[in-house]
Design a protein. Structure first.
Length: 578
């Protein structure tokens, strides 16, 4: 689809003391006061605004005081892994001796605290189960645990269904009646807040003084909080930006856990210059790979170890799994694109595109279907669900959506219209998971497309690229690139600046081990600029002296101690001969 380039709207409001380019960028992202740019820890929203958090702290304090056994039930993605590590590290630092974890297998048990997982959990003999990044829809699992005499504390951030589980305590900013101002906390952020409340309660009860134990600095967990927050692609409102920025500062200063340091090293990133994009595109995928293909326990153990040698060993295992994941993902993507071509879809079409996609191949890997759904959604700007075969005649689907279409609400509506069609579902506005019977695929696909057709119009389905406009020649400098880098963290809901402009092609060549990248020399006004287009070698057809209209990001290329300005090309909108 040929995209339409739209400049982000900039309200005419004052923002004093900030250079014009940055002011334009900030205003377009809803920043209207320099106070919103303050990313200090003392600007975090107070924990006591979260519903039930005092009760959660009291129950955990009881577990510490009586040295009860606590079992953390995690999730198999990076948010779940970091949540689990934060819970275990935090509770141990606060004095709990018996704390362990259990992560359901994606392939055998699926997501969350199910009744089957409770049966396994009982073997640990816990007094208290704490869910992290899951639990808000675990009706049967919570009931099974309570019936077995196990208390349950649910910490989650996912949207609840019509019925809440009958847990002893629920902490979730999205549950009914919660007035916490940031509904965008990731699961790891919710668990971090619970630990803040617990420490405050223990401080007020003089527990640390009475037991001769120093009060732990929970800021030591912020590298894990930053990683989980970015990895889960939650919107970076001011509260989340504080958590991410403070975590990044600790990483850059070398105050990070051995596992994160090891993954950064195996990913070939610089510890001291790490950016939020590195967390999202280099670190998180290696952690996620364990949960996608094997067992997330490998990733959690990497985050829990304090032994550098062990961390490197585990990080290398994660790296190898990630390479396998990439190969599987590429094969699935090639097959999916062939399917799209069979549906008469290409990069050049403007009309005739289906309103939504449901794709399935029996041999596709369910651990990678979410990645594939995201790539197809990005290519077509259509809500997309990719299914893979599960167990017992079921299909596991990963759904990805577009702006203006709430995918979880769509699944809920379909479930109401066709009871029993969807066995299970859950998720967010932009991403969701579901399970259906294999023999119901065609029926579900028809229902999904019909619902999308009724809910979306052509304007919403238009593929738009939102930019921050052109950059004047005087701002096309290293100093600007450095200022933009320091102005982050950028991410979901607070996107990294994307610019547009016309350039002339001076030179181009393929680079990389697989020759998938294009290195460019571009002319802009009277300047010559280096640029790179990642993974676009097969799609780019340019000629020397050709004029190109690009969308791009300004970046700093760091190589062998040298820093140079580099443009990262996102889209080639138009080409014409000089």
């Amino acid at each position: 689809m040929k995209p339409v380039v739209c400049q982000r709207k900039v309200p005419g409001m004052p923002l004093e003391g900030i250079p014009d380019l940055l002011k334009r960028i900030y205003l377009a992202r809803g920043i209207t006061s320099t106070r919103q740019l303050e990313l200090r820890l003392d600007q975090l929203l107070p924990f006591d605004a979260l519903l039930n958090i005092e009760q959660a702290a009291e129950r955990l304090f009881q577990a510490i005081s009586n040295q009860q056994s606590v079992l953390i039930i995690g999730d198999y993605d990076a948010d779940g892994a970091t949540s689990c590590a934060v819970a275990i590290r935090g509770l141990r630092a606060l004095g709990l001796q018996s704390v362990d974890y259990l992560v359901p297998s994606r392939f055998k048990y699926g997501y969350g605290l199910s009744a089957e997982i409770v049966e396994i959990a009982r073997q640990y003999h816990p007094h208290l189960i704490v869910t992290v990044d899951n639990g808000i829809t675990s009706i049967a699992g919570v009931k099974a645990a309570r019936t077995a005499g196990i208390d349950v504390l649910v910490t989650d951030h996912h949207l609840p269904g019509e019925q809440l589980p009958e847990a002893n305590i629920i902490v979730n900013p999205n549950q009914p009646g919660d007035t916490f101002q940031s509904k965008m906390l990731a699961g790891v952020g919710v668990m971090f807040y619970v630990l803040l409340a617990l420490r405050a309660l223990m401080r007020n009860n003089h527990w640390f003084e009475q037991h001769g134990q120093p009060e732990p600095n929970l800021a030591n967990l912020l590298d894990l909080v930053a990683l989980g927050t970015v990895a889960d692609v939650v919107p970076l409102d001011q509260n989340n930006r504080i958590l991410v920025e403070q975590g990044l500062r600790r990483i850059r200063a070398g105050h990070t856990h051995a596992g994160i340091r090891a993954i950064i090293q195996t990913a070939g990133r610089s510890l001291h210059q790490l950016k939020s994009a590195d967390l999202g595109f280099a670190i998180a995928p290696r952690l996620n790979a364990a949960g996608r293909l094997e067992d997330m326990s490998l990733g959690i153990e990497c985050l829990l170890t304090d032994d550098d040698a062990e961390a490197i060993k585990l990080a290398r295992e994660l790296d190898a799994i990630n390479m396998e994941r990439r190969a599987i993902s590429q094969e699935m993507q090639d097959e999916a694109e062939s399917m799209l071509r069979d549906l008469h879809i290409s990069d050049e079409y403007d009309t005739g595109l289906p309103v939504a996609y449901c794709l399935y191949q029996p041999h596709w890997h369910q651990g990678v279907n979410g990645i594939l759904a995201g790539r197809i959604k990005d290519k077509t700007n259509r809500p997309t669900i990719v299914f893979a075969r599960g167990e017992n005649g079921e299909l596991k689907g990963s759904a990805r959506s577009i702006a203006g279409f709430h995918i979880r609400d769509a699944l809920e509506a379909i479930d109401a219209m066709a009871p029993g069609l969807i066995a299970r579902f859950g998720g967010h506005a932009m991403a969701a998971g579901l399970t259906i019977a294999e023999d119901q695929f065609d029926r579900f696909a028809s229902q999904f497309e019909a619902y999308v057709s009724s809910a979306l119009d052509e304007d919403t389905l238009m593929h738009r690229i939102h930019t921050d406009g052109p950059v004047v020649a005087g701002d096309m400098t290293m100093q600007t690139a450095q200022a933009l880098e320091q102005a982050g963290p950028w991410g979901q809901g607070f996107p990294e600046p994307l610019f547009e402009g016309e350039f002339s092609v001076i030179d181009q060549r393929r680079i990389g081990a697989d020759q998938r990248h294009i290195k460019l020399k571009l002319g802009y006004k009277d300047n010559e600029l280096d640029a790179i287009a990642f993974n676009q070698a097969d799609g780019i057809r340019l000629s020397t002296n050709e004029q190109v209209y690009l969308t791009y990001r300004m970046d700093i290329n760091r190589f062998r101690g040298m820093e140079t300005l580099q443009l990262v090309v996102q889209d080639i909108i138009e080409t014409r001969a000089s």
